[in-house]
Design a protein around this ligand. Structure first.
Ligand SMILES: *[C@@H]1O[C@H](CO)[C@@H](O)[C@H](O)[C@H]1NC(C)=O
Ligand SMILES: *[C@@H]1O[C@H](CO)[C@@H](O)[C@H](O)[C@H]1NC(C)=O
Length: 508
């Protein structure tokens, strides 16, 4: 070895201190990426987890032929389809988490850029789409075998809905709002006394509360797509919204001229119930447009996917941001963001990310083209499916991980009840102050936004030892459907920031 390469420990330390960009003295980046499926046959533009631990996925029927055939030799004959009037490939699939397998589903009309919400009984209701599908409602009633498929209601909607938003309501119906050139909303299911749509005179009706313009004034919605989440809801504390990333004013026009400007690196946080709500701005470690924000079972937010320059829209993103960031809402300002290990796969326009019951995040999609284009393009249409495992799933931390033993998964719970939850801790050494119970609604995710995503931190009563390494915590379920609309939720016990596997409960 050449003498010049032998460094004294003091010199080495000095070199490390003088090299801030590779500061190995701080904690290493975390999280782990796994490739679950090299090819799910379609590009995951929309995703929803059901209480059967199946994920319903779809893209659009007018992308051309996908890479997965329809079941049983079926073909779709649709003279109105703009790309393929006769198509024997599928544009929707079901992913079974437990067996890591894919099953083709059949949509009849175009579901492109549509919305969805899960009804109180667990049925996914999807609304609208494009072209011949823009008035359709499609239902998928979950099953544990392979028998369930989409059921299509042709004129389920009063108005054309393309790019609408669906939100489940406290009374169990859903409101379907807007969509391109639709300044109105409607409800589903319809009742005989209420089957119409209602004008939404946006910024024109009775103003009940006004919010200041987000600091800096830059746009955060399409095509400057940022993302947003409702932060974890705690008892008697008002709701807070976090909006992150986006692209500066003018970025879309510039991208159209081949100039890809840096994405916004700021987040705005606002307490929406305050009498005088104010934005509090924070700075992310990097800029990001078209990110997805996923609430993790421990109340942290994963910011994943997207691009560092350009905007949403066909071909307009550049510099994929491969590293997710975790945001810890309760940390002091300045120590909330933590960069995670990078993914090998760019996820640009039309990417998705959703939470699974086991705490992993399913990440898929990316197609910035009007067809399935695998060659000759900058970011080929992506048919892969990955999982991101946050560091709480690291086997080194398994000794801290709770396991819920009761109630059993699929139990029903009521509102405003005290529910005992029993769990074990491998070492039997519980840090009881750090235990919390969270309740997470699975979201319908598309276009950098997760409809219906919410996480509740349940109010704790007592916690006690009930057996060897076994504890019981009593928590109070949400007081009403205003806090948690009726339906299926995942419950997690979190110990020192490490969540258990979730169990499904149905609150009714
Ligand atoms: C999917 O792609 C593979 C590899 O290109 C090809 O062999 C296969 O035929 C395709 N399947 C369908 C149904 O298009
Ligand atoms: C994308 O695919 C479509 C349909 O196969 C084709 O017509 C188009 O030329 C492709 N675009 C590029 C940039 O290769």
């Amino acid at each position: 070895m050449a003498p010049s390469l032998i460094l004294s420990p003091i010199l080495l330390l000095l070199l490390l201190l003088l090299h801030p960009s590779r500061n190995i003295l701080t904690r290493a980046a975390e999280g782990k990426w796994d490739l679950l499926q090299p090819n799910i046959g379609i590009s995951a533009m929309h995703m929803q987890l059901l209480h059967t631990d199946r994920v319903v996925i779809f893209d659009r029927t007018d992308f051309g032929f996908s890479n997965i055939s329809l079941p049983d030799g079926k073909c779709r004959h649709d003279p109105k389809d703009t790309a393929t009037p006769i198509d024997c490939t599928a544009h929707s699939v079901e992913y079974d988490v437990a067996s890591n397998s894919i099953r083709a589903l059949m949509v009849l009309t175009d579901v492109w850029c549509s919305s969805g919400a899960v009804m109180p009984d667990g049925t996914l209701v999807q609304a609208g789409g494009f072209n011949d599908g823009d008035h359709a409602v499609r239902m998928l009633k979950p099953c544990r075998d392979k028998s369930c498929d989409w059921q299509e209601i042709n004129n389920g909607l009063t108005q054309r809905r393309w790019y609408a938003t669906s939100q489940i309501l406290p009374d169990g119906r859903q409101i379907i709002i807007g969509g391109r050139r639709q300044f109105n909303y409607e409800f589903y299911p319809k009742t005989s006394s209420d089957d119409g749509s209602y004008n939404l005179p946006f910024l024109n009706g009775k103003v009940v509360r006004s919010y200041p313009v987000i600091t800096g004034g830059d746009p955060r919605s399409y095509p400057s797509s940022g993302s947003a989440v409702l932060l974890p809801l705690k008892d008697n504390v008002g709701a807070e919204v976090l909006v992150c990333g986006g692209a500066p004013k003018g970025a879309f026009a510039k991208a159209n001229n081949g100039q890809f400007v840096g994405a916004l690196n700021t987040c705005g946080r606002i307490r929406i119930n305050d009498l005088n709500p104010q934005w509090v701005m924070e700075t992310m470690p990097m800029g990001r447009v078209m990110g997805d924000m996923v609430l993790l079972p421990n109340g942290n937010v994963l910011i994943v996917n997207g691009a560092g320059t350009g905007t949403a829209g066909w071909e307009f993103g550049r510099n994929p941001v491969l590293s997710p960031v975790i945001y810890r809402p309760d940390n002091p300002v300045g120590s909330r963001f933590e960069v995670q290990n990078p993914s090998p796969t760019p996820r640009m326009y039309h990417s998705t990310a959703i939470l699974l019951r086991d705490g992993r995040v399913l990440v898929s999609g990316s197609n910035p083209h009007t067809y399935y284009n695998f060659t000759g393009v900058l970011f080929p249409t992506d048919l892969t499916m990955q999982s991101f495992s946050p560091s709480y799933l690291d086997p080194k931390l398994a000794y801290l991980r709770p396991r819920i033993i009761s109630p059993v998964s699929q139990s029903k719970i009521g509102y405003g009840q005290q529910v005992p939850i029993r769990f074990t801790i491998p070492t039997g050494r519980l840090d009881s102050d750090s235990v919390m119970v969270t309740m997470v609604a699975p979201s319908f995710t598309t276009h950098s936004f997760s409809m219906n995503q919410r996480l509740l931190i349940l109010t704790r009563a007592d916690i006690k030892v009930v057996g060897r390494s076994t504890y019981q915590i009593r928590v109070t379920t949400p007081g009403s459907g205003n806090l948690a609309p009726s339906g299926y939720y995942l419950i997690f016990v979190v110990h020192r920031d490490i969540p258990s596997e979730g169990i499904w409960v149905q609150i009714i």
